[in-house]
Design a protein around this ligand. Sequence first.
Ligand code: NOJ
Length: 731
Amino acid sequence: MKTLFLCAAESLRSCALTVAMALLLFIASARMSLPAQESATHTGVSPSAASPLGHRPWANPALPSAKRAQLLLQQMTLDEKIAMVHGVTPIPVHGYVGYVPPNTRLGIPALTLADGRAAVGNGAKDITLLPAPIAAASAWDVDLMNAFGRVLGQEQWIKGTNVALAPSIDVVRIPEWGRTFESYGEDPYFNARMAVAEIKGIQSQGPIADANMYLSMNQEDNRLKEDSRVDERTLQEIYLPPFAAAIRQAHVDTIMCAYVKTNGVYSCENDYLLNKVLRKQLGFDGWVMSDWGATHSTVDSANHGLDQEMPDSRYFGDKLKAAVQSGQVSQEVLDAHVLHILLPMFQHGLFERPNPGSWSANARNPERDAFSREVAEAGTVLLKNAHGILPLRTSAHVAIIGAAGTAQPKVEGEGSSQANAPYVISPLEGIRNRLGINGNTKVSFEDGSDLGKAADIASHADVAIVFVSTEDGEGSDRPNLELPGNQDALINSVTAVNQNTIVVLDTGGPVLMPWINRVAGVIEAWYPGQEDGNAIAAILYGDVDPSAKLPLTFPRSAEAIPTSRKEQWPGVNGRSIYNEGLNVGYRWYDATNTQPLFPFGFGLSYTTFSISHLAIKPLRPSRSADAISRRFAVRVDVTNTGTREGAEVVQIYVKHPLADGEPPHQLRAFAKVELKPGETKTAIMALDPESFMTYNTPTHRWMRRAGTYEILAGTSSRDLPLAKTISIPLK
Ligand code: NOJ
């Protein structure tokens, strides 16, 4: 297992091979110890299935996958095809949340599906709980996100999962969204970069990844019926890019259609979204599975692009068989669905290695525990640090206050992604570990349920650290952006007696901070996973320099958000109107000149940086007939002007010509640069052709518009000191 962590991101292919070899050996030895019956059930391939290749020409790995899938399809009966396009319940094998039984006659392995955005879910034991994806994304580090995917994929594979239900890549439209923590943030380009990195990571380890939830799945309230009314351009420019990148750049092989409706039609029977956009526009050749219970019809779903119903056969079992027999669904349509499933199964080698592991296998190891901590440290965002209160001196007497800091650490969100942490280090434990003390000599603590007691310990401490949290999860949105319960009051009573108060947020998304001017420090630690306490201690005491940045905007008030009207969220008469259009997240704050509390892309460090010398030049110029499709190289010098080692994220935003009707400026490139004190490095980034494209609704096409574009460089969406213009010619 150690191999994984020694693999450089550039050599992923050979890395994957090495790890796969190691895993196969591991699996082979694990299987040998299984009772015969369990082993046979799990593989689903009976000994008699081992026929000569001649009887099973599709078993020849030398043939192209598409050919093998075709050869196999030719041998399948109608019942066998129908069996591929739905799951079965109850699931006959312990653990998985979705299951398609093996076909022993033809040697088709079972499909074993498991949840998990930050760990293997569905009650699996002996796994590693990583920080929530929103935390990992906050590191703005695609290599880290790739490693995150590798760990997730590796543990799923060890658990016998061959379809990992991750990642969740929807753009965060409303700050109250109950599943914000599962996603990456509010920017389509940023989410696309993260999705590609994570999917490549997952799929490099064996399992097929699953991009979910497709599409316009942006709220939990009323999610089983909600109708997202969204115009075509917004759909294409804001909500689609992460999925487009997942398909084109990461070759994701399954996509989960969502619960909601888009413009009146349920996602899993939406001809426009599935047939027109996914298949025709994006060239998706994997399979679309429904979210659990998100299938609503037989004929429409089958004809409009759903390949597989999950978790059972309500619409795609006998009813689909009858629809094929009566001609309402053609044989060709059914065959296409089956091929969409078989092709990735061949491409991922599932026929050659059908039994990747076992649900009861132990997926833990010290390297992955350490990785969980690394991600938590890298994803923790320093939002306020008045008069250099942080990092703390180890001699300071600290009061740890709040349930999330003591008895009830808040390390993950709730819902289908929830996992069993093997252990959790609370902030109190982490700080004690860091200080190397056992008793209360320099650390006092209170859970915050009694404001008087909390104020009392705060008044005797040099520094008070208040840990607050939100209970985000699937199924409902947060009712508002306030901290629940008495937590604002708790912060107020502590700040009343101690000016050196630091608030640590363990939240799944943005919260309001009515106390912001009274606290000295604010840290967003998100849902930090099993290493919570160790990671926050490392940040508080400066063992690690904070270098994370917000992947979404924190608003100043409940009104000053893009979706403050009821018709936008949670919707009226079941409809949520996306009338903010393209102005999602920071785009809206810029377009309406609204001051956020903390802008997208913002995050402090214990050191300081300056950026200079923005330079832009075309990449691979002139050879292409279409000069406009050139990419541009952007260079920016970054200097560490402080006294500590640290990392800065350079962000490049593009401002379109006014006539494009685009939001003021949009993220199109970024790079993270690590620097020693006094050191200068040049960050080199690429601006892709898409940076200059918009969606033209009348022609239903993406197009590049000639004109003058402004390229802005800086360290948050609201701090863009460098600018240059480039001209894109007509042709
Ligand atoms: C519903 C969730 O929306 C989805 O993300 C998950 O994969 C399935 N349930 C299966 O648990």
